[in-house]
Ligand binder design. Structure first.
Ligand SMILES: C[S@@+](CC[C@H](N)C(=O)[O-])C[C@H]1O[C@@H](n2cnc3c(N)ncnc32)[C@H](O)[C@@H]1O
Length: 265
């Protein structure tokens, strides 16, 4: 059962205009630009951020998702980008945007808070994009490998990619929940299934991140289909979700209202 009414908020601020009243932000999907909305939130107000930003995959030089043609990946969910974000920014602009987003997340974190930032490494034009240009200067404490089964291998020159990374970016006072560290830093989790969003992460990934902390309030500034909110409800934590696309907000809203039904995706 939802802890409070899960209103779909398009105001970019709390209902009564008091942007400092944190309770008005809780357990709601806030539709709009994440930097703008995070900018309206009070500082040091959330205990943990669990998120997966757009990966900017459509500026790929490979056989993948470039320019909507899809190359050898005709069924790739992101061929058209996201509903309201084309996922094809110039690399430098993308890096700066993500750094600005991480700075806002750090401002919003309590002194013992942490960010679980899911991303993907790749090689682009022979250059390793290990996302260090995004996270450089932020307090990265650990890198978790999300090991997942691959799909089909379309390229005879490459091994099938089967992992993503989760940066644990933590403020100095952050500690894991009791016994959480024992699960190790390689997490084998199947990808989400049956989710209409083009790039969801699985429920189990969000659940592990949240339950690895004792945070009361969970923020996902790129909420997508609402997986983090569903997992936060399951874990009995309050949450705040931000998502640009109205369509995805509706998907999120409906998944949150449906609640946890035992499907591990
Ligand atoms: C990788 S997806 C997140 C998927 C999510 N973890 C899930 O399980 O469904 C990234 C999301 O960021 C959203 N997005 C892109 N630009 C945004 C912006 N400026 N503000 C808020 N959300 C944005 C996209 O619409 C997309 O849904």
């Amino acid at each position: 059962m939802l802890k409070e009414q899960t209103a779909f908020n398009t105001n970019n601020e709390s209902d009564n205009g008091e942007t400092n009243a944190l309770r008005n932000w809780l357990n709601r999907v806030h539709q709009g630009d994440t930097l703008e909305i995070m900018g309206n939130m009070p500082g040091k107000s959330v205990g943990v951020v669990v998120t997966s930003p757009p990966y900017n995959l459509k500026n790929s030089t490979g056989n993948g998702l470039k320019d909507g043609r899809g190359g050898k990946w005709p069924n790739a969910g992101l061929i058209k980008g996201y509903a309201d974000h084309n996922d094809s920014m110039p690399h430098d602009a993308y890096v700066q945007w993500q750094r600005d987003c991480l700075s806002e997340m750090m401002r919003l974190l309590e002194d013992d808070g942490a960010i679980f930032y899911n991303h993907k490494w790749r090689v682009q034009n022979g250059v390793l994009q290990d996302r260090s240009d995004i996270v450089d200067g932020f307090p990265v404490r650990q890198i978790i490998i999300w090991q997942r089964p691959g799909g089909f291998n379309h390229n005879p020159g490459y091994f099938l990619p089967t992992y993503e990374v989760i940066y644990l970016i933590a403020k100095p006072k952050f500690v894991l929940a009791p016994r959480a560290g024992g699960i190790g830093d390689v997490w084998s989790i199947p990808p989400a299934r049956g989710n209409p969003h083009p790039a969801p992460f699985p429920f189990e990934l969000a659940r592990r991140c949240i339950q690895a902390t004792t945070a009361d309030i969970v923020l996902d500034p790129f909420l997508g289909s609402g997986t983090t909110a569903v997992a936060a409800e399951y874990c009995g934590r309050d949450w705040i979700g931000i998502e640009l696309s109205e369509d995805y907000c509706e998907v999120a809203q409906s998944r949150i209202q449906d609640g946890w039904r035992g499907d591990p995706t």
